[in-house]
Ligand binder design. Structure first.
Ligand code: NAD
Ligand code: ZN
Length: 346
């Protein structure tokens, strides 16, 4: 089969490799579509070897069951679904509490095993998955479904975790209107009554935010923080969702989050927020505000996102590429030239 693989520092290639074998607890998925996430780019752009062997990319996968492992119950060939991206132990205290994204087996700061980032991924004709990670999608289009598995899931989890701060009449800020951000705007519209403001460095991304239901778009500049404070009567933004995560966006979040507000770091740009324990009155972090570095989502969140998509409340803006054109799609994402999500079809 053909697979888009990381083959070494800053190199990818479409290679011919064997169709994976499956174990007794696995499913073989015939891939219908696989989204390209900025995290794929981060991995590809690492200047060092992540491992010796090539790695098939792809953690945002939709497809059809092509084979069922001997011990799997309740699944059959032909079912359509998406793949939950954390392949966790399933038995630790966090997993059984529904917090699989912080599975104990992953350790303190690591991410649980994930196809395309640590395991063989789904930018290929077929992918092997643990049967427990299959979530049915009914007749949802594969191109629409694939980005649900990460772009929607991760945005939904960050938003759900900030629900205390998202009261009708309040304001939410989405920074970075790419694959994740454009879905976040729609999720905020679908599940809360807040005013939604979008910030990006590119006007066309703000146009996309407006199409997704944002009330206002602000082109990022020197006075963005002041504009946001003016728009919120000086109080600040109730929830800031940062889908970039560089120093500049961390600074914007710190300068604009409201008292008792929520700041959610989703983008992994290595930004360092300067949060100080100073007294009230100064430029310090406001009283009561919370910070969370938000990772992916839970399986239950994925069911919720599939339901929102099936109900027509999420529309993925996608650019379709053949698997062979994956390297070009990655380059375009690197240049900020993808509108919404790039999705590969094998
Ligand atoms: P993307 O490339 O599709 O979108 C990024 C957007 O941010 C673009 O619209 C770009 O114009 C905008 N942007 C860039 N710099 C900016 C700045 N300084 N200020 C405002 N906007 C800016 O990326 P994506 O796939 O949506 O991923 C977003 C981030 O989230 C990436 O860092 C990715 O690695 C990360 N991510 C994290 C998780 C997680 O679990 N925490 C999951 C998926 C992706
Ligand atoms: Zn991702």
């Amino acid at each position: 089969m053909r697979a888009l693989q990381w083959t070494g520092p800053e190199t990818v290639a479409v290679n011919e490799i064997p169709v994976p074998d499956i174990g007794p607890g696995d499913l073989l998925i015939k891939v219908g579509a696989a989204g390209i996430c900025h995290s794929d780019l981060t991995l590809v752009n690492f200047p060092y070897k992540i491992r010796e062997d090539p790695l098939t990319l792809g953690h945002e996968v939709a497809g059809t069951i092509a084979a069922v492992g001997a011990d799997v119950v309740g699944r059959e060939v032909g079912e359509r679904g998406v793949v939950y991206l954390f392949w966790t132990c399933g038995i630790c205290r966090e997993c059984v509490s529904g917090n699989e994204n912080v599975c104990l087996a992953a350790g303190r700061v690591a991410m649980p095993p994930c196809p395309g980032l640590t395991e063989e991924g789904g930018m290929a004709e077929y992918v092997r998955i643990p049967a427990s990670t299959f979530v049915p999608i009914g007749d949802l289009d594969f191109l629409q479904a694939a980005p649900v598995a990460d772009a929607a899931l991760t945005a939904y989890h960050a938003i759900r975790g900030a629900k205390e701060a998202l009261r009708p009449g309040g304001t939410a800020l989405a920074i970075g209107i790419g694959g994740l951000g454009h879905v976040a705007v729609q999720i905020l519209r679908a599940i809360s009554g807040v005013r939604v403001i979008a910030v990006d460095i590119a006007q066309e991304k703000l146009d996309l935010a407006a199409e997704c239901g944002a009330d206002l778009g602000i082109l990022s500049g020197d006075d963005t923080a002041q504009q946001l404070l003016d728009l919120t009567g000086g109080r600040g933004v109730d929830a800031v969702f940062d889908f970039v995560g560089v120093d500049a966006t961390a600074k914007l979040a710190v300068e604009t989050v409201a008292p008792n507000g929520a700041y959610r770091m989703v983008g992994i740009g290595g930004g360092v927020p300067e949060i100080t324990a100073g007294p009230a009155g100064g430029p310090a972090w406001p009283w009561g505000a919370t910070v969370r570095k938000s990772l992916g989502g839970t399986r239950s969140d994925l069911y919720a996102c599939v339901a929102l998509a099936q109900a027509g409340k999420l529309h993925m803006e996608i650019e379709r590429f053949d698997l062979e054109d994956g390297p070009e799609a990655l380059q375009r994402l690197d240049k900020g030239q993808i509108r919404g999500r790039a999705v590969l079809v094998p």
